[in-house]
Structures are given as structure tokens and as C-alpha cells.
Design a protein around this ligand. Structure first.
Ligand code: MRU
Length: 379
């Protein structure tokens, strides 16, 4: 069951953004999400008391972004265990909630394995639930640490590629504290540059159709007092042509063994533009987003979403997803069919570098990625 918890529309919400938190009120454990469908108009927390509520929140994008989906999935398993629901059933529904971000299955898998391990050695349900929660907390903490390290590696790379400083960076979708236990992936690099006085401008793609750039990245950039400018996705070409972009920084939902990068739809066109204009195209993602089990881009399942997300525009006061048909403002004749993939896939040859917490892979090759995966497993 999901319920709405608290509203901070009066600006009293703490400065740090708790995109997700575990809470234990007297009525029993809950998973509390900052409802991203309401941002930036309202800051409302959404309380999940069971896995079906969390599955719905994931599908509606109340909680979203690859690393945060992993953390949410792990807590979802812990929640089912703590409340005495069928953990295996909860895990299966959670990992299937959205198909593209591999982190979701990784997070669910880690908490489920911790739970199973305790039961397998004869532990009680209560001990198994505690183990699942400990694993979710560990993943949450590790993601925060990974975020700090990605920011440092990413900034060093930017400074190396663009020795003049004063970086003008274009980003797509939302990759900040709203998707992470820490400050995010690509956005964390831009934020690190801003803090060192080296970010001249953050160009923020609005990210049609659900406007994660306009609603969420602009929100995070404003909160951090960064110099940012919002543009429509189709204005990016003229921005490159005007020589206004020094680098592109994006996140990833899944990186296949060959280095193909699935990320928010509209990423691939940016990579093509970047190559044409000789601009570095940099992907920032934790190692949990690397998926050696998926051989190439063609093997990545791309989520297809409802057509009304394209045929209707949702007003800022209306949730950005999950609205019924007719909930937004129609921009196409009734009955219009829409092509609405949530992600696209960028081939490795267009990616200048992949920045992870374990280091930078450049050039992007299957061998270099495999080596990084092996190294990270040994740590
Ligand atoms: O559909 P969303 O909003 O979950 O898509 C998110 C993205 O595509 C992000 O760019 C990606 O998860 C990387 S976030 C670090």
C-alpha cells in the first residue's frame, strides 16, 4: 500500500535530498520515497508498505534512475521480508517492474540472496529479514561512495580533455541526487566541476516526453546554484553547431559487455552530434550498471511506454507519468499512435569514455570493460 506522507511545499524540506529512506514508525517498517512525479511543483513523500506499492511507484517513475532503482529494489525485498510477505514473490515482481536498468535486478538479487542465505543455514525469518535490510543498506551506502569516486574520476577526465577549464557541459535526463544514494553519476561530475569553479554552463536537455531534464535536473541545478540553461532536446544540434558544447555527460541504465550504452531516449542522437562536432561524449555509471551477461546493444531490452505520454503533455502540477489518458493536455488528434521507447542504445564507438568508481575506460572496448569488471569484483 502506498500513502502520501509529508508535504514540504513551504520550502522546509532539508537541503539534502533523501530520494529514498527506510523508516520504522510504530505501525511497522516502511520505504519512503520522494515522489519524483510531483517535482518540481511539490515535494511530497510517498510511503510504501508493501512490494506492490513499490512496483507501482517504479512503473510510474515516482522512483527512477538506474542506481536508485537498484537501491529501491533491495529495500523492497527487505520490506516484504520485514512485513512477513512472500519474499520470493515480491522479488520476482520487483525485478520485473522495469526491464532496462540492470541495477534493479542487481539490487533485488543482492537482498534476495542475503535473505535466502540466512534461511539456508537454518536462520529464522526475522534474521533473514534483518540480513535483507542490511544488504539494502550496504548497497545504499556503496552507491553513495561510488558517486563520490565517479565525480572525482569524471572531473579529472574533463580537466584532462579540456585543459582550458570553464567547461560547458550538456547533459540529458536526470542523473543527480535524485537517482542515487549520493550525488549521482553524470550530474555529480558537473557538480564537482561547479564546486571547483570550473563549470561555465550546464546545458540541460528537457528530455521529452516526461521531462526529467526540465523537472528534475533543472531542479537539482537550481538547488545547487549552478549556472544552467534548459533547452528543448531538438535545440541541441544548433547548440553544437554554435560551438557552445565542450563535452556531453550522461548516465546509463545498462552497459553491455561490448560497451553499448542504454540510456534515456535521446542519448544516441547526442552521441552522433558529439562525434560530428568532435566533442567528447562521456558516460558516467557505477559498476553495478555494467552487465557482462548482456553481450551487445541489440540484446538490451528497451522499455516501451504508453503512447499517451507522447500524445499528451503533462502540466507541471500533474504527475509526470502514470496519468490516465485524458489527464494531460492533448497535442495530437485523439487516437494517434505514438512510438515511445524509454531508452536508446549508443554504440561503443561513439563513446569517448566510460567513467566508473573503479576508474575510466577509454577507449571503450569489451576487453577493457571485462578487465574493469574483474577488478571491481576482487575489491
Ligand atoms: O526513465 P528514467 O527516468 O528512469 O531514466 C533514467 C535515465 O535514463 C538515466 O539517465 C539513467 O538511469 C542514468 S541515472 C544515473
Amino acid at each position: 500500500m502506498a500513502d502520501q506522507y509529508a508535504r514540504y511545499g513551504d520550502g522546509t524540506r532539508p537541503a539534502e535530498i533523501p530520494a529514498i529512506r527506510w523508516d520504522e514508525p510504530p505501525e511497522g517498517p516502511v520505504l519512503v520515497l520522494l515522489d519524483q512525479t510531483r517535482l518540481p511543483a511539490e515535494e511530497i513523500e510517498l510511503v510504501c508498505t508493501d512490494a506492490p506499492a513499490l512496483v507501482e511507484a517504479i512503473r510510474n517513475l515516482a522512483v527512477r534512475g538506474a542506481p536508485l532503482l537498484g537501491i529501491a529494489g533491495a529495500y523492497g525485498v527487505a520490506l516484504a521480508a520485514a512485513r512477513g510477505f512472500d519474499v520470493e514473490e515480491a522479488a520476482t515482481s520487483l525485478e520485473g517492474a522495469r526491464p532496462t536498468a540492470v541495477n534493479l535486478a542487481v539490487g533485488v538479487g543482492r537482498a534476495r540472496a542475503a535473505h535466502r542465505a540466512v534461511l539456508a543455514r537454518g536462520g529464522s525469518e526475522e534474521q533473514a529479514a534483518e540480513a535483507a535490510l542490511a544488504e539494502a543498506r550496504a548497497l545504499h551506502r556503496e552507491d553513495a561512495e561510488a558517486s563520490t569516486r565517479m565525480a572525482a574520476h569524471g572531473l579529472a577526465l574533463l580537466d584532462e580533455l579540456l585543459p582550458g577549464g570553464g567547461h560547458r557541459v550538456l547533459t540529458h535526463c536526470n542523473t543527480g541526487a535524485l537517482v542515487s544514494g549520493g550525488e549521482g553519476t553524470a550530474f555529480a561530475v558537473a557538480l564537482a566541476a561547479h564546486r571547483k569553479g570550473r563549470l561555465r554552463r550546464l546545458w540541460v536537455d528537457e528530455t521529452r516526453p516526461l521531462l526529467q531534464g526540465a523537472r528534475l535536473t533543472a531542479y537539482e541545478a537550481a538547488r545547487n546554484e549552478m549556472a544552467y540553461t534548459l533547452l528543448t532536446d531538438n535545440a541541441a544540434g544548433s547548440l553544437f553547431a554554435a560551438g557552445e558544447v565542450d563535452a556531453v555527460l550522461v548516465g546509463a541504465d545498462r552497459i553491455a559487455a561490448d560497451g553499448s550504452v542504454a540510456n534515456k531516449v535521446g542519448t544516441y542522437p547526442l552521441a552522433v552530434l558529439a562525434r560530428y562536432h568532435h566533442v567528447p561524449f562521456i558516460v558516467v555509471a557505477p559498476v553495478t550498471t555494467l552487465d557482462p551477461g548482456t553481450p551487445d546493444g541489440a540484446s538490451i531490452e528497451v522499455e516501451q511506454r504508453a503512447g499517451h505520454e507522447v500524445t499528451e503533455i503533462v502540466a507541471p502540477q500533474v504527475p509526470m507519468a502514470g496519468v490516465e489518458v485524458g489527464g494531460g493536455i492533448p497535442v495530437a488528434p485523439l487516437g494517434t499512435q505514438a512510438y515511445n521507447p524509454a531508452f536508446d542504445v549508443t554504440p561503443p564507438e561513439l563513446v569517448t569514455a566510460i567513467v566508473t568508481e573503479e576508474g575510466v575506460v577509454s577507449p571503450v572496448t569489451a576487453e577493457a570493460l571485462a578487465e574493469l569488471c574483474d577488478r571491481s569484483r576482487q575489491v
